[in-house]
Design a protein around this ligand. Structure first.
Ligand SMILES: C[S@@+](CC[C@H](N)C(=O)[O-])C[C@H]1O[C@@H](n2cnc3c(N)ncnc32)[C@H](O)[C@@H]1O
Length: 269
């Protein structure tokens, strides 16, 4: 531990993937780190902001399997803070949006270690934004919901049924494994024609997007092998995106919901 660094843990939101979406405060925290614990969704390029001497520990998922449990991570945060001083916990998006950031803070503080939270740009807003999707839009959508598709019990969140009944834009994280059930809930509300965009690896060079409507989105996902990490955006605002508008206009002009048109995948320029 450097002489001046007393034990401290800073939780830093790494943003959604594009490394330029880190905040200045996040970059400053990284620059003063002795140790960094980082997740799979945090862009590794961000480690360049840290001193070369800083210890960098990967604690994310590899091939879908957690390399460390949450308990392991909590213990490592505390142990490294006592041993080395300033620990930065770099987490994808924002640490408080489905990021378990608050749990980590409670655990760390229980050891008398100071914590600080640097909010990050959440994928729930930035990923749709990069595709021109405005989650609220005058005369189109007055609100948006951000939900998890999968609860801590691995079940579909009951809130999705309520969201499907609302007129809000619905943004679902961690929902790919439950897409069929999600589609059914919207169909039950006669929303089969509502536009849907599924964006995988948003804001990165590997970004892929499938667009369609509730009734066709499963076919689009299957045919194009869209998978995690992905965000599901359901609502009329998708049709109004300046980037996606032409697809929906073409669909309307051809007067059919032709799968061949809907199967189009928009690779990033
Ligand atoms: C455990 S949650 C973490 C969310 C994060 N704290 C945030 O604010 O963005 C992980 C889920 O976020 C979504 N996600 C995160 N980054 C993404 C990205 N770049 N593109 C698409 N989805 C993303 C996916 O649904 C993924 O399964």
């Amino acid at each position: 531990m450097s002489v001046f660094n007393k034990p401290k843990v800073t939780l830093v939101g790494a943003g959604p993937g594009d490394p330029d979406l880190l905040t200045i405060k996040g970059a400053k925290a990284l620059a003063s780190a002795d140790v960094i614990l980082y997740d799979a969704l945090a862009n590794k390029e961000l480690l360049d902001y840290a001193p070369k001497r800083a210890k960098k520990i990967f604690v994310g998922k590899r091939k879908g399997i957690h390399t460390c449990s949450q308990d392991d991570i909590n213990e490592m945060l505390v142990a490294n803070a006592f041993e080395h001083g300033h620990v930065v916990r770099l987490k994808g998006g924002d640490p408080f949006i489905f990021g378990r950031g608050s749990e980590e803070i409670v655990f760390i503080e229980s050891y008398g270690i100071d914590t600080e939270l640097v909010p990050g740009i959440s994928s729930s807003m930035a990923v749709p934004a990069y595709q021109g999707i405005s989650l609220t839009q005058r005369k189109v959508s007055e609100s948006f919901w951000v939900l998890t598709g999968t609860t801590s019990q691995k079940k579909l969140s009951a809130d999705i049924e309520i969201a499907a009944k609302s007129s809000a834009t619905v943004v679902i994280l961690m929902g790919m494994g439950k897409l069929h059930q999600i589609v059914r809930l919207f169909q039950d509300q006669n929303k089969g024609e509502v536009p849907v965009a599924i964006i995988q690896n948003g804001t990165t060079d590997n970004e892929r997007i499938g667009v369609g409507v509730v009734d066709t989105i499963e076919e689009i996902v299957n045919d194009n092998q869209l998978s995690n990490p992905a965000i599901i955006v359901i609502g009329e605002v998708v049709r109004h995106s300046h980037k996606l508008k032409s697809i929906y206009e073409e669909m309307k002009n051809s007067n059919q919901s032709s799968p061949s048109l809907l199967l189009e995948i928009h690779d990033m320029e």
